[in-house]
Design a binder for this molecule. Structure first.
Ligand code: SF4
Length: 433
């Protein structure tokens, strides 16, 4: 979401004739689009703000803007700490960004009150120039209030985007050569457009039809909460091959007691039922997940249940982390905090098991012939291209940069770590534009 919003902000600058500076140090305007989801992301963002604040104090005049979730959360406190910050633009005030640009263009230092009239609105386009993949936000905010999560406090309640606007953006990016889109939202399954009753499954049908018209070949979506994942969504996905055969389905934990304390709104049984339905409808699909260990009150037995769930599902990969209390969330005050070393030890077991599963699953795929999208040049070898399968696996293959953005077929001949390698491109299916 942060990347998509950054792309929209860059577009707003370009539309007014601004160009990209060579470095932050030489810019007339520095905007830091912050993220609040993890404490580490916030710490990093604060470090960058401090850096630019001190640069501004010492030597240079430029407009400094703190935007995004952290700006929303800390508000004017940020300015109190760093008076060099000119504007604190929370997620709801983003639509007022052109006013900041206008003020910077005029050299106007009059303070703009960005909290006034701040209502959430979707940007019309989130595509950076020359890209063949694009995010398409469909909804914003979350009503779920998982007890450890800051998102509902910084992003607010769920707002769905007009399906006509979504269709327009898909068409627009498709016409500009985009081949893969990711429908984006904090909780995509909750998408609902009240005016005509379009829910997420209906929106997927619409997206599939628009993709077909516009040349978009693959559609992904993020993030899908297992709680709201409907059978109809599974049916629509299975019916339309344009939906990539990979799903990120964050489980967070394998114990019902912990899931309840997390306020996730589903049980292990329901999650496993969902996994079965998905695999029955799309046997070739890969699943990935998020796992959060060390939640307050978690016992050794709870941890074992998580490891069991991982064994039962066998995810292709997981984002694994241990609990860090976030002030302002319900879990912050929960009793039964787990000591740091225990959290770390439990997390290491989860990571070790995931590594084993990833390695076994990837090895079983060697020899298969795959359609992949060429994403760029490999960072390790300039003569190789980095590609991705629809199952969200990476593969490198020798080839020229001119292939970036193309769909090609290749054979997965071996593995280097978790990345496949292939000897050659067998066939160009759809050349990039
Ligand atoms: S579903 Fe839960 S974890 Fe996801 S954004 Fe909403 S509150 Fe946070």
């Amino acid at each position: 979401m942060n990347s998509a919003e950054s792309a929209a902000l860059i577009l707003a600058c370009k539309e007014r004739g601004w160009t990209e500076a060579e470095s932050g140090e030489s810019a007339d305007l520095v905007l830091l689009n912050t993220c609040s989801v993890r404490l580490t992301a916030e710490k990093r963002a604060l470090g960058r703000i401090a850096l630019y604040a001190s640069l501004k104090k010492k030597q240079k005049k430029f407009t400094l803007v703190a935007a995004g979730c952290m700006a929303q959360r800390l508000g004017e406190k940020l300015k109190e700490k760093y008076p060099q910050v000119d504007y604190v633009m929370g997620t709801y005030a983003r639509s007022l960004f052109p006013l900041i640009l206008e003020a910077a263009e005029k050299g106007d230092k009059t303070f703009l009150d960005l909290t006034e009239n701040a209502v959430f609105s979707f940007s019309s386009l989130h595509l950076e120039d020359g890209y063949f993949r694009s995010f398409v936000p469909i909804m914003h905010g979350c009503n779920n209030f998982c007890s450890y999560c800051i998102v509902p406090y910084v992003r607010g309640r769920e707002v769905s985007r007009d399906p006509a606007q979504i269709a327009q953006e898909i068409n627009h990016v498709g016409d500009r050569g985009v081949r893969e889109i990711t429908l984006l939202g904090q909780n995509v399954n909750s998408y609902f457009w009240e005016k005509d009753g379009t829910d997420f499954s209906r929106l997927l049908k619409l997206a599939a039809a628009e993709a077909e018209k516009s040349g978009v070949k693959w559609i992904r979506f993020l993030s899908a909460n297992p709680k709201n994942f409907s059978s109809e969504t599974i049916r629509v996905m299975a019916e339309h091959p344009v939906f990539c055969r990979h799903l990120h389905l964050p489980v967070q934990h394998g114990s019902d007691t912990v899931l309840k304390a997390m306020n996730r709104g589903y049980t292990v049984e329901r999650y496993m039922e969902l996994v079965s339905q998905i695999r029955e409808a799309m046997p070739e699909i890969t699943l990935s997940t998020d796992v959060l260990t060390g939640f307050p009150g978690e016992t050794e037995d709870d941890l074992k249940k998580t490891l069991k769930l991982m064994e039962d599902v066998r995810f292709i990969y997981s984002y694994m982390y241990h609990f860090n209390p976030r002030e302002g969330t319900k879990a912050f005050d929960l009793p039964g905090r787990i000591p740091e070393e225990v959290k770390r030890e439990r997390l290491s077991r989860v990571i070790a098991l995931q590594k084993k599963h990833t390695s076994e699953l990837l090895k079983s795929r060697i020899g298969s012939r795959e359609l992949v999208l060429v994403e760029g040049i490999s960072r390790k070898n300039a003569d190789e291209l980095i590609t991705r399968t629809e199952k969200d696996e990476m593969a490198v293959v020798p080839g020229p940069a001119s292939m970036i953005g193309s769909f090609v077929r290749l054979t997965l001949s071996g593995l280097r770590g978790n990345t496949f390698h292939s000897k050659k491109i067998d066939e160009v299916v759809c050349a990039g534009s």
